[in-house]
Ligand binder design. Sequence first.
Ligand SMILES: [Fe+2]
Length: 419
Amino acid sequence: MFPAEEGRQVQLITNNRIAENNEPTPPGAPAAQPGVRAGAPRAGLVSNLVPVQASEIALGRPLRHSVYDRNGQLLLRAGATIAIPHYLDALLANGLFFDQAEVDGERCAAEAPSAFAQAEKLLRSLQQVYVQFAEDADRGDLPERIRQIAGQLMRACGEDGDAVLAALHLDRLTPYRVHHQMLAATIIELTTRTMALAEGERLPLVCAALTHDIALVGSDPVLEGLRTPLTEEQRAVIRAHPRCGVEVLSSRGVVDAIWLDAVAQHHECMDGSGYPQGLRGDAIGRGGRLLAIADVYSAMIRSRPYRGNAFFPQNVWRDIFLNRHKYVSELTQLVVRSIGMMPPGSLVRLANNEMAVVRSRGSGALGARVVSVCSLAGVPLPAPVERDVTNPAYAVVGKANNDQFRSVELIMRRLWLAG
Ligand SMILES: [Fe+2]
């Protein structure tokens, strides 16, 4: 069972970062109305702003209109939900605005949601599916809803795979099982795109990734709370979950062999040490081999109660290659090439002691585009700045964790939300 709250809590900055980030008003610019930045808007910014009153935003309710900072920079799109009073207060204190044209109906949040926002929405959709599945396992619409989410994820990846990866690597609030399967599905989609598989071939694999641990959903509350080694009974549940997952999906009408085989084989290993069948090498289908890699990666980059902190992506890949007898096949390099050694949303420390986030993929650690956002102490930079990590002065020297980026979460989100 997952938390009852449907809407993901939107984490927003709690200091004065928005006010500090104002650009100076250009000389000769017209006088601003109180609290509203005047002057020529930068490209992509909204200029006709109307202040938001506290009474116009309800906690836990979707926003009627998109909201902007005083510079006209998009903060949250219409439909987003703010669930934490503290954050809403901080936003209002910093100055929060609607776009007058949108309020007047001249523009209805016309732009399609960014791929970043779509990925966050898809996490909520998948969470909802699993909440309802946990409450009523007999629901018959599970396969169709999973196909819908898979199709939307595939479109978002086609639009901006960097943004989807970033949304998932920055996410901290989505329950583990939902996040794990969504990230695995994203990895599958991006890798099978690299392989130039047709959409019809990719869809069942993405569906498999979204459901590969469906048989563990009911066991999650117990497994998540574990601080001790598994009991024999718990071990048996885990070893059976690929087979049980196939049974669950089949009983709800899934007949696609690619989908079912990938679920059945996602814990098989190349050296035969996996489960439940102990298949070896080519006896494991392409879907099962791909999903096994995506599963390991997705599991290791999230912290778990019984294992401790999350691994840094580069270290996950190192571990996978060190365990090459288990996981490495001709597909592994393809997966790494498709999402990167340091996928977007990875948090790093640079040689100059700036804290940075990976903005977009590259062919390797040195190819990724990296943007510095704050100091080692978490103090925001005047503005995000892209760093050339091939320059020794800005080389990546270590990983960072989300806690060090609390004050700049919104600034980082804008890197993808603003397109
Ligand atoms: Fe699994």
